[in-house]
Design a protein. Structure first.
Length: 84
């Protein structure tokens, strides 16, 4: 991705929440067993994604211009490179 000028994490022409390795290996990798023992409950990923999408779709005006991510054309171009 870096060779294709895709920025990690945020900003224009980026993949949000993507961090290259090895410099970010283990990022967000935490043992959560102590939190679970203290009573922290984890939400199912499906519920989190559904609620985030519902929130996004309820915003007005929609669609909102984003300052991060890839355009459809940029994504298609990268996927074509992967197929070669």
């Amino acid at each position: 991705m870096l060779k294709q000028s895709v920025s990690p994490w945020m900003g224009s022409r980026s993949l949000p929440l993507w961090l290259p390795t090895p410099e970010y290996s283990g990022f967000s990798a935490r043992d959560s067993s102590a939190a679970a023992r203290a009573g922290l409950l984890r939400r199912p990923l499906e519920a989190t994604l559904r609620d985030a999408l519902d929130w996004e779709l309820a915003r007005a005006p929609f669609p909102t211009l984003r300052c991060a991510g890839l355009s459809d054309a940029e994504e298609d171009s990268l996927l074509e490179l992967l197929e070669k």
